[in-house]
Write a protein that binds this ligand. Structure first.
Ligand SMILES: Cc1cc2nc3c(=O)[nH]c(=O)nc-3n(C[C@H](O)[C@H](O)[C@H](O)COP(=O)(O)OP(=O)(O)OC[C@H]3O[C@@H](n4cnc5c(N)ncnc54)[C@H](O)[C@@H]3O)c2cc1C
Length: 534
């Protein structure tokens, strides 16, 4: 088995590329749009300014969920669509998604009615290929709490990458670290964009349709070009910040705390607890947003006063903090929590959206519904392309590398084939690399250093080589935060950082200065705000 390689097309494509559709933004929305379009026979280019899935798509609570709370807001359509997509994603990426139990402390009549409706709306939840992905009905526990189930991504970062790889396998040209700097116009028709490779030159992508899938940056992307600025509408006055804290493991099961203006949970994840999200208004520039000490302290105070955890926590308990800005599509005034999470697609050809042809803005609302949203976006783009498209197959086709079948059988079979690796390593590599994992383990066997486990999950330096050689990782942060999970539980030890930087540097041709710069950037981004040098 070989490992499929995604190449950055801007490194090899000369000065200009011509496609049917250019997708700007490689979060889950852009990745899913690129996959949907390429798999239906369109020529597609996808550019991402940072790394694939580095922004909002990595800031999630990792839930693939119907959104129980949206029932209260009577968003029945959104809940039903999300529950359907939960089932589809479990089928097309069985290695990256698990069924996940959730406890609601209160099980009064309203909650029980809501959960019953949730069960009814997910009537097809057990029509899945893998028996382990079947979802039981909710039930009341002897403690008077309610137990229900949703799904959890073991790695939202690798799920986004799986969509990017599927797009590339279907013929899409993809490039991370490539920013769209300016939309190209002929009159009121968008004809592509000038894009800049962070490590190289600028490049022109000509396209009949451009999809602006830049999430919280969607408004900024439109205002960067004078002609489209007029179609951007009013600047968002408020955005919703959400952060998560990673601590040692504090609870065995995900427990929710709900108030009328927010909710947060404490969820077991990789032997740790993931606590969040917050819901806080943010009024600054999108690119200036960071997790701040103030936000963390406010959240810790809220956690402790809610009494959700068996112990009180403080700043010293926080190993890692991450988050992002929700791309809300409605003006929520001050109440961002109750604003809709529905996705929104804007066809700028319509006169009330600027009368700009060949431009679509696609703002994703939930990670869970991105595949269905991508289908909607491509259907809107189709008449603008002047060419026929194939039928959509994305709901019935495994994502690239995810055709493992029932995942527990797959892991068990791998363990018998690969007895020379620990159970943790086999499980981790099988789940994160799917059908390519034997090739990853073979690579590890070829050099003893690459086979040494680096953390409790059994992650290997061989995965660093794969990230750089095959998965388009170009920075230390790409490798630590999104190709592996080595940095997602907090700043790794100096030994791990040095080993990863050395192996990555050998693969990517870094000199000493570049390796030192990569290490500095990673240490600075993973150092918690209250530990930053003054
Ligand atoms: C705190 C929080 C928790 C959440 N939890 C969940 C959850 O548990 N489950 C769920 O289903 N959903 C969840 N969501 C919602 C979900 O994360 C988003 O709906 C989804 O990630 C949006 O993806 P996106 O691709 O539209 O945006 P993004 O992931 O932000 O992608 C946009 C991309 O565009 C790139 N970009 C910007 N400008 C340019 C440019 N000029 N050129 C090229 N690229 C550019 C950015 O670098 C970025 O990577 C959560 C959101 C937040 C904030």
């Amino acid at each position: 088995m070989t490992i499929f390689t995604i190449d950055r097309f801007v490194e090899t494509a000369g000065d200009e590329t011509v496609v049917d559709m250019l997708v700007i933004g490689g979060g889950i929305t852009g990745a899913a749009v690129a996959y949907e379009a390429a798999s239906r026979g369109l020529r597609v280019a996808l550019v991402e300014a940072d790394d694939f899935g580095a922004a909002t798509s990595a800031a999630t609570g990792k839930l693939i969920h119907g959104g129980l709370r949206y029932l209260k807001q009577l968003e029945i359509g959104l809940v039903r669509e999300s529950l359907k997509e939960r089932r589809i994603l479990s089928d097309i990426a069985p290695n990256l998604i698990d069924v996940y139990p959730i406890v609601l402390p209160d099980s009064d009549l309203v909650v029980r009615l809501g959960l019953t409706a949730y069960d009814v709306l997910s009537f097809d939840r057990n029509r899945v290929d893998d028996r382990n992905k079947r979802i039981p009905r909710h039930r009341r526990l002897p403690t008077d709490e309610a137990l229900y189930y949703d799904c959890l991504m073991i790695s939202p970062e690798r799920l986004t990458l799986a969509f990017v790889r599927s797009a590339a396998a279907a013929g899409a040209l993809v490039s991370n670290h490539t920013r769209a700097e300016e939309l190209l116009m002929e009159g009121r028709q968008v004809t592509g964009a000038r894009v800049r490779d962070r490590f190289g030159a600028s490049h022109v992508v000509r396209a009949r349709v451009v999809v602006n899938a830049t999430g919280p940056w969607a408004y900024d992307t439109l205002t960067e070009s004078p002609v489209t600025a007029g179609s951007a509408g009013q600047p968002p006055t408020v955005r919703s910040e959400g952060i998560y804290l990673i601590t040692r493991q504090l609870t065995d099961v995900m427990t929710l705390h709900v108030t009328p203006h927010g909710h947060f949970s404490c969820a077991p994840w990789r032997g740790h607890s993931m606590i969040g999200p917050t819901e806080k208004a943010y009024r600054g520039a999108v690119s200036d947003w960071r997790v701040t000490q103030e936000s963390v302290e406010e959240f810790i105070a809220a956690i402790n006063s809610a009494g959700l955890l068996p112990v009180e926590i403080g700043l010293d308990d926080v190993l890692h903090a991450y988050g992002g800005l929700r791309p809300l599509t409605e003006d929520a005034g001050g109440d961002t929590y109750n604003a809709s999470r529905a996705a929104e697609v804007v066809d700028h050809a319509k006169s009330d959206h600027g009368g700009i042809h060949g431009l679509i803005t696609a703002t994703g609302g939930k990670y869970t519904t991105s595949r269905a949203f991508a289908h909607q976006v491509v259907e809107i783009a189709a008449p603008k392309l002047g060419r026929a498209m194939g039928r959509s197959r994305t709901s019935k086709t495994w994502l690239h590398g995810c055709s493992t079948g029932p995942i527990e059988h797959y892991v068990a079979a791998s363990r018998s084939r690969n007895p020379d690796f620990s159970a943790e390593t086999v499980r981790h590599v099988a789940r994160h690399h799917g059908t390519e994992h034997d090739a990853v383990l073979d690579l590890a066997r070829s050099t003893p250093e690459l086979a040494t486990p680096l953390d409790a999950d059994g992650e290997l330096l061989a995965q660093v080589v794969v990230a750089a050689r095959h998965e388009s990782a170009r920075t230390l942060s790409d490798i630590l935060m999104r190709r592996t999970g080595l940095g997602t539980l907090g700043l790794p030890s100096d030994e791990i950082l040095d080993a990863v930087a050395r192996v990555a540097g050998q693969e990517l041709g870094w000199d000493d200065a570049r390796r030192a710069a990569e290490l500095d950037a990673t240490v600075s981004s993973l150092t918690l705000p209250w530990h930053q040098p003054a």
